[in-house]
Design a protein around this ligand. Structure first.
Ligand SMILES: [Zn+2]
Length: 343
């Protein structure tokens, strides 16, 4: 079946599913722990506020939290006392408190009516542990000061983030790095809770196993005649899936190797380019030096030619001087060019 085959070839789909399984296991372990803790919390509240029931059947029907009344008023001593004590234990006293989740006249009788005030909105009709999802339990642990003693320090918010991300993930997909990150967040919470309740003893290891699970979707084949035939088909499907995974792993390793080779070649090209640049610079410098030398030689040669000309001129004038001296019968006549005899 194409749909199943496509899903089996989509690790991102299975990653998303694995986080659902992890959160579900966490919720299963949290249940008994929270039940015990809320019982203890409610017992302590009863010691503070008394266990007398509300005789007036108080409710929130006449209270509008949007008006200037952030705290619900009661014309009843029992509910007023409980309300104030519940608020004292809320970590967000100045923020929005979900009073309307609960039935105030049951506060002294029903622990979950108290616990619901510390949860997010939407639990008005939920009345027992099994009615609350993991988001509600995490919110309760985060907002009820009774849980501060466990030093969870933001771990509940981290797992709430995981839960919300999974619930809103587009196309029910999750990248591998997000799966690793989300499972780490769940494990971190388990590692703190295991110090306080045996329920969480093996949960970290379980989360590890869930993270590494090799999952495959198999549709029950109605054509199978008996249990043995169904098992054969399941084994064959698992074998096909194993082979496909093996090929996928092989291809992934090849791609990694190619990427590594490409990266090394890239480095070689960079080195070569640098070496060529250096050589080019040396050649350029040599050409400049050669031209410079030639210019110097030309200048020297040019200067020698000027000197020769000057010597010829001097010699000529000396000859004329000597000739004139001979003709003037030993009368001394100095040559007429200026500066010639100055020194
Ligand atoms: Zn009351």
């Amino acid at each position: 079946m194409d749909t199943i085959q496509k899903l089996n070839e989509e690790p991102v789909f299975w990653n998303n599913f694995k986080v659902h399984i992890g959160l579900r296991r966490l919720g299963e372990c949290l249940g008994p722990f929270i039940d015990e803790e809320i019982t203890a919390f409610h017992d302590r509240m009863k010691q503070q506020c008394g266990s007398a029931p509300c005789e007036k059947k108080c409710e929130f029907s006449n209270w509008d939290s949007t008006c200037n009344q952030p705290i619900p008023p009661f014309d009843c001593e029992v509910c007023t006392t409980w309300r104030d004590e519940i608020r004292t234990h809320h970590s967000n006293q100045n923020g929005k408190v979900m009073w309307t989740n609960s039935k105030p006249h049951l506060w002294s009788q029903d622990k979950w009516q108290v616990a619901k005030v510390y949860m997010s909105n939407g639990h008005k009709n939920h009345n027992s542990l099994g009615d609350f999802d993991i988001a509600a339990l995490l919110c309760l642990m985060n907002q009820c000061k009774h849980f501060e003693k466990f030093k969870l320090r933001g771990l509940c918010e981290e797992v709430s983030f995981v839960r919300n991300s999974i619930m809103h993930s587009p196309n029910y997909q999750l990248k591998q790095k997000d799966l690793d990150n989300y499972m780490t967040r769940i494990r971190k919470l388990c590692k703190v809770l295991v110090k306080h309740h045996p329920n969480f003893g093996s949960l970290s290891r379980e989360i590890d196993e869930i993270q590494r699970l090799d999952l495959i979707l198999f549709a029950r084949d109605n054509q199978a005649q008996n249990k043995e035939e169904l098992e054969d088909k399941l084994v064959a499907a698992l074998e096909d899936n194993r082979k496909a995974k093996k090929t996928e792993d092989l291809l992934r390793r090849k791609v990694k190797k190619l990427e590594k080779t490409l990266s090394e070649r890239d480095e070689e090209i960079k080195t070569l380019r640098f070496s060529c640049k250096e050589k080019l610079q040396a050649v350029k410098q040599k050409v400049i030096d050669d031209i410079g030398m030639k210019v110097v030689k030309i200048r020297e040669k040019f200067q020698q030619e000027i000197l020769q000309e000057a010597i010829i001129v001097i010699c000529t004038k000396m000859e004329i001087f000597l000739l004139e001296r001979a003709l003037s019968k030993n009368e001394a006549v100095l040559p007429d060019w200026p500066g010639c005899w100055d020194s």
